[in-house]
Design a protein around this ligand. Structure first.
Ligand code: AHR
Length: 660
């Protein structure tokens, strides 16, 4: 009688034979291992950061008080006032005017009856996420103009109205001073608020009211949310592009992003409206401003922390062409160009230089070693090139080694794009930013987009891409598996053409589940937790399995760009001596393929296979179920140079094979 063990062995042999025979009906895929086609730059897969969807304030920037310095257009935004008084002088917005143009407002509170319950409270960014046993650091600028005697009682209040944290700060004297106190929360709450009660009688002035969790990234005071930064770090990104996006451009030039106004003391960084505040009538976010607590120093520091090359994008003298389309006259462009020159000094100059000194004073004497700079975001038309050329001339004359990133407009194939390509070819453009917000099918159909691109011209930065499940800017777009899988198919084409496509990033990056304007987005979060979308895991599998060189991977002498719904790319990591295969099966059927590794080198038997898949193209991850679609690793044994792979329906498969 056959033992159970023998039956299993026979079964496995039968499976291998049948897989082999299925694979034999289709021409094998040949990977030429010993002749790498092109280098894959270390910065190939990176991050696009923009303060959209509460990405910075209310998101990665861990400040929990909304409108901390009362500078929103409606200065009471975020604040509830409960002060007992017989007249209206109890809560007055004071304006210092020219005495402090960057932070003119503060609040004067008169407590006339100290026996009553006098308090103000702040509701945070759609509430405050409070964690039990976590420390919270409260700070405030205050003065007592009449030298009265007032204490502040700070309380965290849960959604149910319970007190879940408390501290007391006595305020002294009429000089403005910063007061700080830390305290531990007693309970967890997703949408708590902060209450400040006034004990005593008299007048108190307050400004820069702030609350940060103690567990910020690297424990830095006034720092970033550790969970979100960790998700970024896990991508092992090659670069960090910041601060956007259209936010660079502004609705008009007065609201453009000006990096010099985002460095130095946080109380001196002028708060302005966030352009996404009013962008979409269907997603109005009237309480969305930019405090610039996350400013250019912090962006550089973040890039350094996560091992990414910093890539700042600067305004080129043009406001958003979807909005005001305001431009600065060419004769007045110099200050904009000077901003670029000064930024290079801020990032790279020594600590004795004018701008390098400020960087050093902010805590980073060593240069950030910035190598790339973007001029303009998504600009188009002759106005862009007139301005870009002036930037290029001045920057290259002073800093010839800085790689300049130029724009090509919002679409990858329209008349504006074609005009841009013609103009760019006349310049010395180094690398050109292309954007694609298209339906999933576009991504599958364009996997060969770069196969025939000009090899003797500029390089490509696929700077903003995301498949749109409904249409661009639809609030119903989902980060579903159809989109993610289609992006994976397209990305095989990006990697295959790494000699032309040097950098790539999904966009936008972050979204608060209760505060977003634009969907889809790579990472979603609420006030307590964050998760990677299905698209995030596609990005992660590509960026953490990128290799150092592309290999030819051909079936019947052609790259796999959608034949039988399959897409593929191969690379080798010369440092680790590993071949890395990526295969995307966009069909509902299992597909078996034989892959021949053409090499004189020995293939080691132990390989790692990682599969990201989902039965339904409609599948998504969510706050409630963040791990619904996640990569799963397993080990396989190889026998020689012929690898038989059974590709799961709707899957991205990554195989890492060791060579000697
Ligand atoms: O990613 C959202 C927006 O899309 C960016 O701000 C802009 O560059 C593009 O239009």
């Amino acid at each position: 009688m056959m033992t159970k063990k023998l039956i299993i062995i026979f079964f496995l042999i039968a499976v291998v034979f049948s897989l082999n025979s299925i694979a034999q009906n289709i021409q094998p895929i040949i990977v030429t291992v010993d002749k790498p086609k092109a280098e894959i730059k270390p910065e190939m897969w990176g991050i696009f950061f923009e303060d959209i969807n509460f990405g910075a304030d209310g998101g990665i920037y861990a400040e929990m008080i909304k409108n901390r310095s009362f500078e929103f257009a409606k200065p009471r935004t975020g604040w509830q006032v409960n002060l007992t008084s017989s007249d209206s002088s109890h809560f007055v917005i004071q304006n210092r005017g020219s005495l402090n143009q960057d932070n003119p407002r503060y609040v004067r509170i008169s407590i006339k009856d100290g026996t009553r319950k006098n308090f103000i409270s702040n509701s945070g960014f759609r509430g405050m996420g409070i964690k039990q046993n976590n420390k919270y650091n409260f700070s405030i600028m205050a003065s007592l103009p009449d030298e009265s005697n007032i204490k502040l009682r700070i309380e965290l209040i849960s959604q149910k109205g319970e007190k879940i944290g408390e501290a007391l700060i006595p305020i002294k004297g009429k000089d403005w001073k910063k007061y700080e106190i830390g305290f531990v929360a007693k309970a967890t709450d997703l949408k708590a608020s902060l209450k400040i009660s006034f004990e005593g009688t008299g007048v108190i002035d307050i400004d820069m009211v702030s609350l940060f969790p103690g567990d910020t990234w690297k424990g830095r005071p006034y720092g970033l949310r550790a969970d979100i930064v960790q998700l970024l770090a896990d991508l092992k990104p090659g670069f960090l592009r910041f601060p956007g996006g259209c936010i660079v451009e502004g609705y008009d030039l007065s609201l453009r992003y000006q990096w010099k106004k985002t460095i130095g003391n946080i109380e001196d960084r002028k708060t302005i409206i966030n352009r996404w505040n009013t962008e979409f009538a269907h997603r109005l976010t009237p309480d969305y401003y930019q405090s610039f607590g996350l400013g250019f120093f912090e962006y550089f520091q973040l890039a350094e922390d996560i091992g990414a090359e910093p890539l700042p994008i600067l305004n080129c003298g043009m406001a958003c062409q979807f909005n005001s389309a305001e431009v600065v006259p060419l004769v007045q462009l110099d200050p904009y160009i000077q901003d670029a020159i000064d930024l290079i000094e801020f990032a790279n100059g020594n600590a004795d230089s004018k701008w390098g000194k400020i960087r050093a004073q902010m805590g980073h004497p060593a240069p950030f070693n910035m190598k790339m700079l973007g001029i303009g975001n998504e600009q188009w038309g002759p106005q862009y090139f007139e301005r870009y050329n002036l930037f290029e001339k001045t920057i290259k004359a002073k800093y010839p080694n800085i790689t300049l990133v130029s724009g090509s407009g919002p679409q990858p194939d329209d008349e504006l794009f074609k005009f841009a390509v013609g103009e760019l070819k006349k310049t010395n453009a180094n690398i050109v930013d292309e954007h694609y917000y298209r339906p999933p099918v576009w991504f599958r159909d364009n996997a060969a987009r770069y196969d025939n691109y000009d090899r003797n011209s500029y390089k490509i930065f696929a700077g903003e891409y995301a498949a749109q499940s409904v249409f661009t800017c639809s609030p119903d777009n989902k980060n579903n598996w159809d989109c993610a899988l289609s992006e994976a198919a397209f990305m095989t084409g990006l990697e295959r053409n790494a000699d032309v496509v040097n950098m790539c990033s999904y966009a936008p990056l972050l979204a608060h589940v209760d505060g977003w304007q634009w969907t889809p987005d790579l990472i979603w979060f609420n006030n307590l937790t964050s998760y990677g979308s299905t698209n995030y895991y596609v990005q992660k599998l590509f960026s953490t399995n990128k290799g150092t060189h592309v290999l030819n991977m051909l079936q019947e002498n052609k790259p796999l760009t959608g034949q039988q719904g399959l897409y593929a790319t191969a690379a080798i990591d010369k440092q680790l001596n590993e071949i890395i295969l990526k295969l995307v099966n966009t069909t509902p059927n299992t597909q078996v393929r034989s892959i021949v590794l053409q090499t004189s080198r020995k293939i080691l038997p132990d390989a790692l296979i990682t599969i990201l898949k989902n039965e339904s193209l409609a599948g998504t991850n969510s706050i409630e179920n963040p791990d619904a679609i996640k990569p799963v690793d397993s080990k396989i044994k190889l026998k020689g140079k012929n690898v038989i792979l059974s590709l799961t329906p709707y899957s991205l498969t990554v195989v890492r094979i060791k060579v000697q």
